[in-house]
Design a protein around this ligand. Structure first.
Ligand SMILES: Nc1nc2c(ncn2[C@@H]2O[C@H](COP(=O)(O)OP(=O)(O)O)[C@@H](O)[C@H]2O)c(=O)[nH]1
Ligand SMILES: [Mg+2]
Length: 526
C-alpha cells in the first residue's frame, strides 16, 4: 500500500515535471511533496507500530520517554537549546533496518510487552531552529501514532498546534497533558474543547506527571497500555492504509487543481472560431497592403522573363509591415487563449516557427505561381483558342492555296474544251484575297488574344498571395490542432494517475466503531 503511494507519487512528479517543462503547468500552485523513502518494508513483513512524542519545548517529551525506558535515554532538562536529534527506542531483539533518516540516537530495552513498538522522541518542534522542524517533518510520514504532549500552561503551542491542524487527519493521535502536578481541571477541559474544535470527536487525553511523588498515581500506565493494545498487525495495517489513502487523496486534489490549468474543450473550440474571424481581417489587410507593390513587381517580372531561366527573381512583398500584421494576429491568438484560460506557453511554442517562416512561405508560393503563370499564359479557354489559331495560321492558308490551285487547274482544263480564256482579273484578285485572309485572320486573332506578360505575372502574383495566405492560415490551424492533441495526451496521463489514485482511495478501511483507535482519528473526509 505504502509502496503504491511512493510509486504513484513518483509517477505524478514525473508527469508534473514534464508538463511544467513543456509549459502546461505554472508554479503558482503549491509544490508536490518530495519523494518519500518508505521505511516500512525494510522492517520486514511484520513491521512495528511507530509511535512518537511530539510537542513544544520543555513540556516533558523526553522525560516521558525516559520514564518509559526506566533510564535516561533521551536528553531532558531545563538547559536549552535542547536536543537536535530523534531518540529511537526499541526492543533489543528487533533488527533495526537501515533508516534513511539522519540524526538518530538509538537505545533499546528488553520489555517483551513493547516488542512490536518503536518509540521516538522528537526534537522540539517550536524551536526557532529550522533543522528541528525539518527533522520532524521528514519523520512524520513514517509515524503511525503521534503523542501530542502539552503542559497545562501551554497546550496550544503555536507550531505544534499548526502541525496538528494541518496533518491531523493523516495520523492517529493521543494527547498527554504532562506536568499535571501543576495543572488545573479547567485547563484539561479547555484543552479537550480545543481538540474537539480541531476535529476529534472524543479525544483521548492522559494527565501525567513526571515528578517522583506522582509516579504511581498519574495516567502514564494507561497511556503505555493504550499504545501496547494498538501494536497489533491489524491496527498497524489499518493505520498505514488510512495514512496512505489520505495522502493519495491529497495527491488527487492536487492533480485536479493542476487539471484546471489545461482549460476546457469549449475554450479550445472558441479559440479556433475566434482565429478564423481574426484571420479573415488580417488576410484582407495583408492583401490590401500588398496591392500597391504588385503592379511594379508584375512589370519587373514581365521585363525580365528571360532572366527567370537563369536567375532567381527576388520578391520583396513580405516586408516589416506584413510581418508585424502577422505577428499581431498571432499575438491576438495567444491573448485570446489566455482570456479563455488555456495554457499559452505550449501554443506559443507551436506558433514560434510560423512567425519565423511566414515570409519564406509566402514568397515561395508567390514565386511558384508567378513562374507557372508566365510559363502557361492565359486561362484554359485562351490557351485552347491560341492553339487552334496557331494550327489555323498554317492550315487555312494552305487550304486556300490548294483551293486556288485546284480552280486554276480545273479552269485550265475546262477552257481547253471551250477555247475560252480561263483566267480573268476577278479570279486573280479573289484568289489573292482568299489566301491573304486565310493567313491574316488567324494571325490577327493570335496577335490580339496573346495575353501580355505583365497581365500573366499579375495574375500569378495575386494567385500566389492568396495561396500563400491560405497556407499560413492552414499552418496556424495545424498548430492549434497540434496544441489540442498535446493537451489531450497530457490530460490522458493525468486522468490515468487520477484513476490510480481512486483505486487506492476507494478501498474501505474498517475501523471498529467507538474503539480507542476510532477516538484517535479525525474522521476522514475523502
Ligand atoms: N513539574 C514537572 N516538571 C516536569 C515534568 N516533566 C518534565 N518536567 C521538567 O520539565 C523540563 C523539561 O523536560 P523535557 O523532558 O526535557 O522536555 P522536552 O523538551 O519536552 O523533552 C525538565 O526540567 C523536566 O524535569 C512534570 O511532569 N512535572
Ligand atoms: Mg526533549
Amino acid at each position: 500500500m505504502a509502496y503504491d503511494y511512493s510509486e504513484l507519487l513518483q509517477r505524478t512528479q514525473n508527469w508534473v515535471q514534464q508538463a511544467h517543462e513543456l509549459g502546461w503547468l505554472n508554479l503558482s500552485l503549491p509544490n508536490l511533496p518530495s519523494k518519500e523513502e518508505n521505511i516500512y518494508p525494510s522492517f520486514g513483513a511484520e513491521r512495528p507500530l511507530i509511535v512518537a512524542f511530539l510537542g513544544g519545548t520543555g513540556v516533558g517529551k523526553s522525560s516521558l520517554l525516559n520514564r518509559l525506558a526506566g533510564k535516561t535515554i533521551a536528553k531532558s532538562g531545563v538547559a536549552r537549546p535542547t536536543s537536535k536529534e530523534v531518540t529511537l527506542f526499541h526492543h533489543h531483539e528487533m533488527t533495526l533496518p537501515h533508516l534513511p533518516l539522519t540524526d538518530i540516537r538509538v537505545a533499546n530495552h528488553d520489555d517483551a510487552t513493547q516488542k512490536n513498538i518503536v518509540w521516538l522522541d522528537m526534537p522540539d518542534f517550536d524551536s526557532t531552529d529550522t533543522h528541528n522542524k525539518k527533522l520532524v517533518l521528514n519523520w512524520l510520514p513514517h509515524i503511525d501514532v503521534l503523542i501530542y504532549v502539552v503542559s497545562p500552561e501551554r497546550y496550544r503551542d503555536e507550531k505544534a498546534w499548526q502541525l496538528l491542524l494541518s496533518q491531523g487527519a493523516s495520523h492517529a493521535w493521543l494527547f498527554v497533558m504532562n506536568q499535571w502536578d501543576r495543572g488545573q481541571i479547567e485547563q484539561a477541559a479547555d484543552f479537550e474543547k480545543q481538540l474537539k474544535i480541531a476535529g476529534f470527536n472524543a479525544p483521548i487525553i492522559f494527565k501525567t506527571s513526571c515528578v517522583p511523588e506522582s509516579l504511581e498515581t498519574d495516567e502514564f500506565k494507561a497511556l503505555a497500555e493504550t499504545i501496547t493494545s494498538l501494536a497489533t498487525q491489524k491496527i498497524i495495517q489499518q493505520l498505514e492504509q488510512r495514512g496512505v489513502q489520505i495522502r493519495v487523496h491529497a495527491l488527487q486534489q492536487q492533480l485536479q487543481n493542476y487539471l484546471t490549468q489545461f482549460g476546457s474543450e469549449t475554450a479550445l473550440k472558441k479559440l479556433q472560431s475566434h482565429w478564423s474571424a481574426n484571420w479573415k481581417n488580417t488576410a484582407t489587410q495583408l492583401q490590401q497592403g500588398f496591392a500597391w507593390r504588385i503592379q511594379p513587381l508584375a512589370e519587373n517580372f514581365a521585363q525580365h522573363t528571360n532572366d527567370l531561366l537563369t536567375t532567381t527573381q527576388s520578391i520583396s512583398l513580405w516586408d516589416d509591415w506584413a510581418q508585424t500584421r502577422f505577428d499581431d494576429a498571432l499575438n491576438a491568438l495567444a491573448i485570446d487563449a489566455q482570456t479563455l484560460e488555456l495554457p499559452i506557453a505550449p501554443l506559443e511554442m507551436q506558433l514560434f516557427a510560423l512567425r519565423e517562416h511566414a515570409q519564406k512561405q509566402l514568397h515561395s508560393h508567390v514565386e511558384f505561381q508567378t513562374r507557372q503563370a508566365l510559363a502557361q499564359r492565359g486561362n484554359i479557354v485562351q490557351r485552347a483558342l491560341l492553339k487552334l489559331m496557331r494550327v489555323a495560321e498554317i492550315v487555312l492558308p494552305l487550304a486556300a492555296m490548294s483551293w486556288v490551285g485546284f480552280q486554276v487547274f480545273n479552269g485550265y482544263y475546262e477552257s481547253n474544251q471551250t477555247h475560252e480564256h480561263y483566267l480573268n482579273g476577278d479570279f486573280a484578285i479573289h484568289s489573292a484575297l482568299v489566301c491573304g485572309l486565310a493567313w491574316l485572320v488567324p494571325f490577327f486573332i493570335l496577335k490580339k488574344c496573346q495575353p501580355s506578360l505583365e497581365k500573366c505575372a499579375l495574375r500569378g502574383l495575386n494567385k500566389g498571395i492568396s495561396h500563400g495566405l491560405a497556407y499560413l492560415n492552414q499552418e496556424v490551424n495545424a498548430a492549434i490542432e497540434q496544441f489540442q492533441k498535446q493537451r489531450a495526451a497530457q490530460l490522458e496521463t493525468a486522468n490515468m494517475l487520477l484513476s490510480s489514485c481512486e483505486s487506492i482511495t476507494k478501498i474501505p478501511v474498517e475501523i471498529e466503531p467507538n474503539s480507542a483507535l476510532e477516538r484517535m482519528l479525525i474522521p476522514k473526509k475523502l
